[in-house]
Design a protein around this ligand. Structure first.
Ligand code: AMP
Length: 354
């Protein structure tokens, strides 16, 4: 079947950049989101405003599209399960299910041989103390198993601190404790996989955060080739194990003693891959659209090195300068209100390939 109309659940910037890539391939996008005047809606063919649990509206949406994808991971799995009775939804909901729960995520990663930080599901200070002893560790991170992002829903714990006081901040939440990784840097790899099992990859990229939000991505990552190759192999293995059709990203740590540990799966296109729009023949967004619409993948064919800088909150004021800079590719998301911590756009600085 030739896909003419792609439905996207979610109206954020990832949906916006996917809709732009789809348009170039002659595919129209219909966005489903509860948010009025969303970044994706501004560039899409049509938008349906509705709650993710409103079955009547979801049914109307499904009737208008050939295939459905999603652009953020907190879409209720039941929404996807309902929609897939009406139209194909890609990637499969097994990916969403694994990525929405850090305990399932870490269990799955370990079950397919992808190493992570040491971790334990915990719900009391006794559990936490037991992990400190078992790992012979002094610092850990407590995270909510679900709905955490950009450092929200997590707290560092020192062995001798008041653990009960920390736990109280998370009352009623399912929790995971992780050993604190002494990392040299954070990296990510993005892979696209089509329905025939062909895979293309981007990265690894080096990622730097400010206030828990990605601020800068650099490609190449500047890590030893052997570790770079391992990061790509692990991410491809993940995509294959999940029978992915679409795009996913794996965030990883490179430890000071030269190991790769997986941290988090993003079941979608990823902020660390925005540079692919300007530095590759085929971007992560285009390959996502190609994969879910049943088209063959394109070769990423990176022609430049790049540095991607997120424009967060007041960084938007730097845009006039970037517009004058000859190697700067400016991308703005059409958000009118620049709150602190809000991703307003990004800039990709192209560099000659080393
Ligand atoms: P996450 O929400 O799991 O991606 O965590 C947000 C950030 O916290 C990561 O990008 C790391 O900088 C840091 N972090 C998370 N987990 C760990 C860990 N186990 N050890 C060290 N740093 C971590």
């Amino acid at each position: 079947m030739t896909v003419k109309t792609l439905g996207i659940l979610g109206g954020g910037q990832l949906g916006r950049m996917s809709a732009l890539a789809a348009a170039r391939l002659g595919i129209s996008c219909i966005i489903y989101t509860p948010e009025d005047n969303s970044p994706a809606a501004q560039v899409a063919y049509k938008t349906i405003l509705g709650d993710y649990l409103d079955k009547a509206k979801l049914k109307d949406f499904a009737a208008l599209v050939d295939v459905i994808s999603y652009e953020f991971e907190n879409i209720p799995v039941e929404t996807v399960q309902y929609l897939k009775t009406l139209k194909p939804v890609l990637p499969n909901d097994n990916l969403l299910d694994v990525a929405q729960d850090r305990i399932k995520e870490k269990s799955f990663l370990n079950s397919i041989g992808i190493p992570t930080a040491r971790w334990a599901a915990v719900d009391s200070s006794a559990d936490i103390l037991k992990s400190f002893e078992k790992w012979e560790s002094t610092h850990t991170i407590l995270k909510t198993a679900r709905f955490g992002y950009d450092g929200k829903g997590q707290a560092r714990i020192h062995k001798d601190s008041d653990i009960n006081a920390t736990l109280q901040k998370f009352t009623g939440k399912k929790l995971i404790l992780e050993d604190l990784v002494d990392f040299d840097c954070e990296i990510s790899v993005i892979v696209a996989r089509d329905k025939s099992g062909n895979i293309e990859s981007y990265g690894p990229m080096r990622n730097e955060h400010a206030n828990h939000i990605l601020s800068k991505t650099t490609i190449p990552a500047g890590i030893p080739d052997i570790l770079a190759a391992e990061a790509v192999t692990l991410t491809k293995k993940l995509a294959e194990s999940l029978n992915l059709i679409g795009v996913l990203a794996l965030e990883m740590f490179v430890t000071k003693d030269g190991r790769i540990l997986a941290n988090e799966i993003a079941p979608r296109t990823h902020n660390s891959g925005h540079w692919t729009i300007d530095a590759c023949a085929v971007s992560q967004f285009e390959n996502h659209v190609r994969a879910v619409c049943g088209l063959p993948l394109g070769k990423p064919a990176r022609h430049s090195d790049a540095e991607m800088l997120n424009l967060i909150g007041d960084d938007i004021n730097k845009v006039p300068n970037y517009l004058k800079q000859e190697n700067a590719c400016v991308h703005l998301y059409g958000k009118h209100d620049s709150r602190a911590g809000r991703k307003m756009g990004h800039v990709t600085l192209l560099k000659e390939k080393a």
